[in-house]
Design a binder for this molecule. Sequence first.
Ligand code: SF4
Length: 380
Amino acid sequence: MKYIQEFRDPEKAKFLLQGIEHLTQQLNATAEKPIRLMEVCGGHTHTIFKFGLEELLPRGIDLIHGPGCPVCVLPMNRVDDCVSIAEREDVILTTFGDAMRVPGSHKSLLQAKAAGQDIRMVYSPMDALQLARNNPEHNVVFFGLGFETTMPSTAFTVLQAKAEQIPNFFLFCNHITIIPTLRAILADSDLRLDGFIGPGHVSMIIGTEGYDFIASEHRKPFVVAGFEPLDILQSVWMLLKQFEEQRCEVENQYRRVVPTQGNLAAQQAMDQVFQLREQFEWRGLGSIPESGVEMRPEFVDFDAEKVFAVRDVPVVDPAECQCGEVLKGRLKPWQCQVFGKSCTPDNPIGALMVSSEGACAAYYNYGSRWREQAEVEATL
Ligand code: SF4
C-alpha cells in the first residue's frame, strides 16, 4: 500500500500543480487558447476522472481523451459476428467481461447469453484454452481484443494450443496496434493537438522507440506515463517543460515499468502468431490501414474468422451516437446529445459508455462535467 500512497501524495500533487500552473502562464495558454494534450490510453482517462485531475489542472490545459480503450473502438459488426459465432450450437464463446457489454447492431454478447447462448467470461485466454481441454465435444472460441497490452497473452495461448495440437480451440482475433492508430490521428488535419500522454501498458511491450516519428516528423512532444495521479501530473509537467524549452522529444515518465526496448519475448510471440491486416475498422474513426492484426496462415486451423466464415459486413452507428466526435476530441462527452439521457452505463448506445475506461462512462461515473459547462450553468 505504501508504494501506491507515494504516487498519490497530496503534497507532491500540489507541488506539481504549482509547477504546471507556472508553466501554463509562461506559455500564455488560456481557456480560449489552451494547450491540447491527448491521453491515448483509456487507463489514463480512468485515472484522470477517478482522481478529478481535469478539475485541478489550469484552464489553459485541455485534455483530449483519445481512442485508447479497445472495447470502445470495437465496431458493431465485429460484435455481430461474435454473436453469430456464439449462436452456433457447438460453440462455447469466451471473452473478457467488458467485451460482453459492447452493443452490436442487434444485441451484445451479454444479451445473447441471457437468450441462452453458452457465453462465458474468462480472465485470460489461457482460461479459454483450459475450457477447450475440458470440453473436447465443444468448439471453444476466445474473442480476443486489445492493443499490444493483451496481444502477447493471446499469442502465447495460440502457440500453446498449437504445441498441444488442441483441435477445438479457436481465436476470433480483434487485436489492434497502437502505432498506425497514432499515425492516423496525426494525419487528421482537423485535429489540433500539441502533445501526447503516451500509453504505459502498451509501451511496456513495444518500448518507446516506435514513437520517435511523432517527435521527429510531427514535432509533437510525447511522454509515456504511468497510471497513478502523480504519474499523470508529472507527465503533463514534462510536456509543458518541453514546450517551454522548445524541445520536442519522446520521454519516458514510466521508467519504473517501461524499458526502452519493451518486452522482447512478448514481441517475438506476437510476430510469430500475428500479421498486419491491410485495413481494420474502428468505431467512430473509420478504417485505418494496418491498424489491426490477424493470424498468420500457419495458424489458420485456430482462426475462428476463417473456420466459422464470419460475415464482416460494416454496420453504421446509430444516428444519435456521437462517439466518433468524442474520440477525435471535437466534443466533450457531456456535449453528446444523448449523454446521461438515453445513453448511460446501464443502457449504452455508444461504446464509450460501456467500459470503465471509456470517456463517457468515466464522465458519467465520476460525476465530472467540463468546467466551462459548470460555469455556464452557474450563470443561468
Ligand atoms: S454519450 Fe453515448 S452515444 Fe454519446 S458519445 Fe458517449 S457513448 Fe457515444
